[in-house]
Structures are given as C-alpha cells and as structure tokens.
Design a binder for this molecule. Structure first.
Ligand SMILES: Nc1ncnc2c1ncn2[C@@H]1O[C@H](COP(=O)(O)OP(=O)(O)OP(=O)(O)O)[C@@H](O)[C@H]1O
Ligand SMILES: Nc1nc2c(c(=O)[nH]1)N=C(CO)CN2
Length: 163
C-alpha cells in the first residue's frame, strides 16, 4: 500500500485548569498517537486572551509528521480535546484545551468543517510567535509569506515566554 508523510503545524492553547500540565499532557498524547511523529515543540507562552473577558492562556505550537489525511488529523485533534474535558461553550470562550490545525504541507483547503491554513493564523500573535520558533521558514500558502515574515506584522506585546 502507498504510504505518505506530511508535515503539519498545530497550535495548543488552554486557559482553564492547570494549563501548563494540560498542554504538556496533550503533547504526550499526540506523541503516542499512531500515525503522528512529533518533530518539534515550541516553548510555552503566557498570552492575553483575545475574545470575551477570561483568564490568560498558555499557548504553544508543535510540528508533526503525520500519516493521515487532514480530516482524520482534525478528528484526532478534536478527540484529544474532548479527552481533556473540553466543553464547547461560547465562541472564543475559556477552554481546558484547544488544538487548532494551522498548516498541512502547502495545502489550501476550504470546506465547511475544515479550513487550512487556519483562517485566523495570519492575525494571531499567540500562534505566530511560538510557530516562528520552530518553523520560521514555512510559507503560509494563502499570503505567500513565511511565518517569520507574518510574525513581524503583528503586535506581539501580549505574548510572553513562560518563565
Ligand atoms: N483548521 C482548523 N482547525 C481546527 N478546527 C477547525 C479548522 N477549520 C475548521 N475547524 C472547525 O472549527 C470548529 C470549531 O472550532 P473551535 O470551537 O475550536 O473554535 P474556536 O477555538 O472557538 O475559534 P477559532 O476557530 O477562532 O480558534 C471545529 O469543530 C472544526 O470543525
Ligand atoms: N491568547 C489567546 N486568546 C485566544 C485563544 C488562545 O489560544 N490564546 N484561543 C481562542 C479561541 O481559539 C480565543 N482567544
């Protein structure tokens, strides 16, 4: 059977519960998942919440080598979110774990259930700062800009390396 490997970038976020432990544990879960190899993990950042008033977030990014389709990867990420007690409430509200599929190879995909690149990747410093640490030269295919170039265009003043 033909096999394939693709690189994918995933954002991790949490602002409910022991967020550092939850994000760390979710990375371990990703590492244990068949069809996923962890290639790189950023450091953790404390970030001011975008959206309704809520606690600060812990954010990080990983680069994965995956042997699964984008849809299966999204399904896997949603299952991991659920296993960490994620309850969907208001849009952009507080959550124990959020896993966003940011990039999948150089794919552009716009379906109702899945959009790649993630539609808000270009404007989110809490995603771009950690991603620039591990994948600065990856070209975001909609803008044609590298992650390093995109991070220079956003205000990063609310994103701080976790001490
Ligand atoms: N690239 C993607 N990564 C993750 N989810 C996506 C993506 N594209 C579409 N979705 C869909 O978005 C749905 C809702 O996602 P979620 O509840 O995490 O949104 P949110 O975190 O509140 O907001 P945001 O999308 O701005 O991060 C998911 O169930 C999924 O079907
Ligand atoms: N700082 C920060 N703000 C957010 C985040 C996040 O991960 N970090 N996620 C959101 C919904 O995806 C909404 N707002």
């Amino acid at each position: 059977m033909e096999t394939f490997q693709k690189l994918s970038a995933v954002a991790l976020g949490s602002n409910l519960g022991d967020s550092v432990a939850i994000v760390q544990a979710s990375v371990e879960t990703l590492k244990r998942t068949p069809g996923i190899i962890l290639k790189a993990k950023s450091r953790f950042y404390n970030t001011k919440a975008i959206g309704p008033p809520q606690p600060d977030y812990i954010n990080a990014c990983v680069v994965l080598e995956v042997e699964m389709s984008p849809h299966l990867l999204l399904q896997t990420l949603l299952q991991i979110e659920n296993s960490f007690g994620r309850v969907r409430q208001e849009r952009w509200g507080a959550r124990s774990l959020d896993l966003d599929l940011l990039l999948y190879d150089n794919l552009i995909l716009r379906t109702e259930k899945l959009q790649i690149p993630h539609p808000r990747i270009r404007e989110r410093a809490f995603v771009l700062v950690p991603l620039a640490e591990i994948a600065p030269d990856w070209v975001e295919p909609v803008s044609g800009c590298t992650i390093k170039e995109l991070v220079e265009k956003v205000d990063c003043s609310d994103v701080h390396l976790l001490s």
